[in-house]
Design a protein around this ligand. Structure first.
Ligand code: PHE
Length: 497
C-alpha cells in the first residue's frame, strides 16, 4: 500500500475514535480545516477506506407569518383575548384585525372548535381554549429555530401543531437538510491499523535535518499524480494569442508592423485603391458610414492625381473609369472595410523603393452575423515593395507564412480585385476538417494605385481574414464562439497546439 498523506492518517485515526460522524464533526474532532477534511475525505473515498452515507433530514423553520403570530399571538387567540376584555360586537372586533381575511379565519376556527358563538351582531365566549398545539410548535421554534422531522413525528402534540400550521400559508417553511455521515469501511479499518503501527515522516523540518533523525526514519513519498483542483490563471484571449503568433511570423520574415485608424476617409479605403465611386462594396448596405467628413486626409497633388486616374487614367497608361470623380464622396468617413486602406496609405506617405510591412487589425462590414460571418473581424494585411519583385515572390511569401503556421498545402488561382493585376485567391488545406479553406486575397498593385503616389517599384499586396485561421487552430466551427466569452471555452483552450 502507498503510504498515506498525513491528512488521511489524521482522518482515519479520528474516525477510529469517533465512529460515524458528519463532515463538520470530523473537522472538529480532527482539528483540521474544512478544506483539509474535504481533501482527505475525497482521497480516502477514492481508496475505498471510507464510506459516505447521505442522510436526509426534513427540517421545519418558522416563516414570516409564524414570527408574527409568535409575537402577537395566533389570530384566534387574539380573538379570545378581545372577548375576555369585553369587546363583543362583531364590527368592533373586526376593526382590531389586519384585514377581513384574518378576522374571518380567526372567527371560523374559534366557531368550529366551539369556543364562541354568534348571537345577533355580537360574539359570545363559550369556553377558553388552553394552549394549542400550534402555539407549542411556534414557541419551540422561537427558541430552537428549527425542528427535525424525527422530533415532531415522535410527539403527538408537535405533530398536530406542525400539520395545522403547514396548512396556513407562510407560517412554517420546510427545508431538506442533507447530511453526509462518514464511516470506516473494513479496508479502512485495516489501513488504520497499519497507520497506527507504522513510523513514517510526513514533513522534513530543519530540526530533523540538523539532528540527523531523518536518516533513521522513512519519509512519505509524494504522490505527484494525486488529483488537484484546477487552477485558472489569468491569460490572453486565444484570438490575441494568435495575433501575437502572426506578428512573430511576419517579424521573423523581415516585416515591420504598421498601424492605422479604424475610421478612414473613403479616399483611403476605396478611391486610392482605384475602386470606382459606384462600386457595390461602397454601398450603405455593406459599409458603415460615419457622420462628418475627413479634413487634410491627403496632399492636394495626390488627390488631383487620383481624381485624374479615375477620370481618364492620368499618366498610368490606363483609361480610368471615365467619370467625373467627386471629392465629397472621397471625404466620407467609413469604418474601414479592409486593412488595405492602411497599407496603401503607408505607400502614399513613404513612397518606398523597397519595403516589407504588415498590419493586423479590425475591419467592419455590414453583414448578417452567422456561424461564419461577423460584422467586426480581423484582417492580416501586408505589402512587399521592391524593384525586382514578382508574382512568384508573392506566392512564395504567402506559402512561407502559411507553412510557419503549420499549413503545408496551399493553392492559388486567379480572381479579381479592383486594385491588383494580376489578382490571386489562395486556399489552404485543413486536414482536420478535410477541406480547402479560402484565406488571403492578393496581387500586384495596379499602376492606377501606385503611380499617383509616386511609387515606381512593384508592390505585392495581400490581405485576408484572421478568424478563420483561429477557428482552424482551435477546432471551432462557429465564429461567434470566439467572442462569446464563454469562460469554459476560454479556460480550456490550450496555450500550445
Ligand atoms: N482587401 C482584400 C479583401 O478584403 C484582400 C486583398 C488585399 C486583395 C490586398 C488584394 C490585395 O478581401
Amino acid at each position: 500500500m502507498r503510504p498515506l498523506h498525513s491528512l488521511e492518517k489524521r482522518v482515519l485515526k479520528t474516525l477510529g475514535q469517533v465512529g460515524e460522524v458528519d463532515l463538520e464533526g470530523l473537522g472538529q474532532a480532527s482539528k483540521l480545516s474544512e478544506d483539509q477534511v474535504r481533501r482527505a475525505v475525497e482521497w480516502l473515498q477514492g481508496k475505498g477506506f471510507i464510506r459516505l452515507n447521505v442522510m436526509q433530514n426534513n427540517l421545519i423553520t418558522i416563516g414570516c407569518k409564524g414570527l408574527e403570530a409568535l409575537k402577537e399571538g395566533l389570530p384566534e387567540r387574539r380573538l379570545i383575548q378581545l372577548l375576555k376584555e369585553g369587546v363583543k360586537e362583531l364590527s368592533k372586533l373586526k376593526s382590531r384585525f389586519k384585514g377581513e381575511q384574518e378576522f374571518n379565519a380567526a372567527l371560523g376556527r374559534a366557531r368550529k372548535r366551539g369556543w364562541v358563538k354568534i348571537v345577533g351582531g355580537s360574539l359570545e365566549l363559550l369556553n377558553e381554549p388552553t394552549k394549542l398545539p400550534e402555539e407549542v410548535v411556534l414557541e419551540k421554534l422561537g427558541v430552537e429555530q428549527k425542528l427535525g422531522e424525527e422530533e415532531w413525528v415522535a410527539d403527538k402534540v408537535l405533530q398536530e401543531g406542525v400539520n395545522e400550521l403547514l396548512n396556513r400559508p407562510n407560517y412554517l417553511s420546510r427545508r431538506v437538510l442533507k447530511r453526509v455521515q462518514i464511516s470506516l469501511t473494513e479496508q479502512g479499518k485495516a489501513a488504520l491499523k497499519s497507520v497506527v503501527e507504522e513510523d513514517v515522516l510526513d514533513d522534513l523540518t530543519p530540526e530533523m535535518l540538523t539532528s540527523g533523525i531523518w536518516m533513521q526514519k522513512r519519509l512519505r513519498p509524494i504522490d505527484v499524480e494525486a488529483p488537484a483542483p484546477p487552477l485558472y490563471a489569468g491569460r490572453k484571449h486565444p484570438v490575441q494569442l494568435f495575433i501575437d503568433e502572426v506578428r512573430e511570423i511576419f517579424i521573423s520574415m523581415g516585416f515591420e508592423e504598421i498601424e492605422g485608424s479604424l475610421i478612414q476617409p473613403c479616399f483611403w479605403n476605396f478611391d486610392a485603391l482605384f475602386t470606382p465611386q459606384d462600386h457595390p462594396a461602397r454601398e450603405m448596405q455593406d459599409t458603415f458610414y460615419i457622420r462628418g467628413e475627413a479634413q487634410n486626409y491627403a496632399d492636394k497633388e495626390s488627390i488631383k492625381r487620383v481624381s485624374a486616374t479615375h477620370k481618364d487614367g492620368w499618366r498610368t497608361g490606363s483609361r480610368g473609369w471615365g467619370y467625373e470623380w467627386r471629392e465629397d464622396e472621397a471625404k466620407r468617413l467609413v469604418l474601414r472595410t479592409h486593412t488595405t486602406s492602411i497599407t496603401v496609405r503607408y505607400l502614399a506617405e513613404h513612397k518606398p523603393k523597397e519595403a516589407r510591412v504588415f498590419t493586423v487589425g479590425r475591419v467592419f462590414r455590414n453583414e448578417k452575423v452567422t456561424f461564419k460571418n461577423l460584422v467586426e473581424f480581423h484582417q492580416i494585411e501586408g505589402i512587399a515593395v521592391g524593384p525586382k519583385l514578382t508574382l512568384r515572390d508573392l506566392m512564395g511569401l504567402l506559402s512561407t507564412f502559411y507553412k510557419r503556421l503549420g499549413l503545408e498545402k496551399v493553392k492559388f488561382w486567379p480572381t479579381f480585385f479592383p486594385y491588383t493585376e494580376p489578382s490571386i485567391q489562395s486556399v489552404v488545406y485543413y486536414d482536420k476538417a478535410g477541406k480547402w479553406i479560402e484565406l488571403c486575397g492578393m496581387g500586384v498593385f495596379r499602376p492606377e494605385v501606385t503611380l499617383p503616389f509616386g511609387v515606381k517599384s512593384p508592390v505585392l499586396a495581400w490581405g485576408g481574414g484572421l478568424e478563420r485561421l483561429v477557428m482552424m487552430k482551435y477546432g471551432v466551427d462557429d465564429v461567434r464562439e470566439l467572442y462569446a466569452n464563454r469562460l469554459s471555452w476560454l479556460r480550456r483552450s490550450p496555450l500550445c497546439l
